[in-house]
Write a protein that binds this ligand. Structure first.
Ligand SMILES: Cc1cc2nc3c(=O)[nH]c(=O)nc-3n(C[C@H](O)[C@H](O)[C@H](O)COP(=O)(O)OP(=O)(O)OC[C@H]3O[C@@H](n4cnc5c(N)ncnc54)[C@H](O)[C@@H]3O)c2cc1C
Length: 361
């Protein structure tokens, strides 16, 4: 963000969250972590606000074209370029296609072959619903996390706009890869059925579950997703590649990886002088970024099942551990290790050559 001169803008649009509190069923905190220490990151910004900032910085450029309401239907690579057919019917030719269409990317199978995609998707056994609810004067600026047995969790987090709060309802299954057939069926049936299912699951969960469920019924930004890690042995194929969640969806650092991978790709492209050299830049991108990403590929052992347990007993144990580490500050000893270091390459931005055309979807 510093390299893009965006740090200040991100800070001024942050959600204002000051830390994370784990609470019991009466709303009393038993463990607290300051912002930047662990759960609440140094930067907390809503995805739409971050996307808005990126848009603001490029929409005035006359060499960038935006298309809305359309998507790629097919791709055909030739030795010199890549032909794209859009669902809207148009055909265009590009030097490079970057699939940045998220975890459920439909462009990915057009770019990467089946053997590369096989085994690339790891459902970690968690469903997350996210939406906006009205705030209450007692809400404050902490991320409040409440857990109940059967892997249920209700969370609310502050927004910059003081009249609303972000709400999450999480359902965690006992093991990675294990689906909940009731949740699956409801999600396949659409938003209304999903909301009905959540009401049934959370009606007796405790704390402010009823308030959150009532807010959910009114929310117009509701969505629910299956928490899936994407791990692929290759992200690039000649003049096409996937980036961000489409290539390496993970947890906690997804946005960091998405931004940094785009930075490295842009940097490697900035070093070439012609369309012929795009292939080299693409190869180099994978060479440079994969070692940076590798440090983030493995999730903490037992995540998320240990943090969202099924039984009252396991939840009590988890709460005791959280209480202990928050009181002693022991977790700070494990921060700043090798895995936390990100040495980004430097690029000479001033000499970016004029490309014939590029598209990001
Ligand atoms: C509930 C939840 C909480 C999260 N919390 C955090 C967090 O605290 N910290 C963190 O770092 N990350 C978090 N993440 C992950 C983070 O949101 C992603 O890692 C990040 O948004 C990835 O960016 P992206 O641009 O690759 O993909 P996305 O943000 O998913 O963007 C993909 C875009 O492509 C569009 N699209 C889809 N299909 C097509 C198509 N065929 N053609 C054109 N466009 C298409 C979509 O509409 C979307 O706008 C969270 C994710 C979820 C679901």
């Amino acid at each position: 963000m510093k390299k893009m001169n965006m740090e200040e803008a991100v800070r001024t649009r942050g959600t204002t969250e000051v830390g994370t509190r784990f609470i019991n069923s009466s709303g009393k905190p038993f463990a607290e972590f300051a912002s930047g220490d662990s759960f609440s990151a140094e930067f907390e910004i809503l995805r739409a606000d971050l996307a808005g900032l990126f848009m603001e910085s490029v929409e005035s450029l006359d060499n960038v074209q935006f298309k809305y309401g359309d998507y790629i239907k097919s791709l055909e690579q030739t030795p010199k370029n890549i032909n794209v057919t859009f669902a809207g019917g148009s055909n265009e030719t590009f030097d490079l296609v970057v699939g940045a269409d998220g975890t459920t990317s439909t462009t990915r199978p057009m770019i990467l072959d089946e053997p590369i995609l096989k085994d690339g998707f790891n459902f970690i056994g968690q469903y997350i619903a996210f939406f906006t609810i009205p705030s209450q004067p007692t809400d404050g600026k902490f991320w409040l996390c409440y857990n109940a047995p059967k892997g249920l969790s209700v969370m609310i987090r502050p927004h910059r706009n003081t009249s609303t709060m972000g709400a999450y309802l999480c359902i965690t299954t006992p093991k990675h890869g294990v689906q909940d057939p009731v949740v699956e069926k409801a999600m396949d049936q659409g938003t209304e059925e999903t909301k009905k299912m959540l009401r049934e699951y959370f009606k007796d969960a405790g704390w402010e579950a009823m308030r959150v469920l009532d807010g959910m019924d009114q929310a117009d930004d509701f969505y629910m997703s299956r928490a899936t890690q994407v791990i692929l042995p290759k992200w690039t194929n000649s003049r096409a590649l996937v980036i961000g969640d489409a290539a390496f969806a993970t947890f906690g650092v997804g946005t960091t990886l998405a931004i940094e991978s785009a930075y490295v790709l842009a940097g490697e492209l900035s070093k070439i002088q012609s369309s012929e050299e795009v292939l080299q830049a693409v190869e180099r991108y994978e060479e440079v970024f994969r070692p940076l990403y590798k440090k983030m590929e493995v999730l903490p052992r037992g995540f998320p099942q240990v943090a969202f347990p099924q039984t009252k007993w396991a939840l009590g144990l988890r709460d005791s551990v959280l209480w202990g580490v928050s009181k002693t500050g022991l977790y700070k000893l494990f921060q700043g290790g090798e895995g936390q270091k990100w040495n980004l390459p430097e690029y000479e931005w001033a000499d970016v050559p004029e490309m014939s055309k590029s598209v990001s979807i």
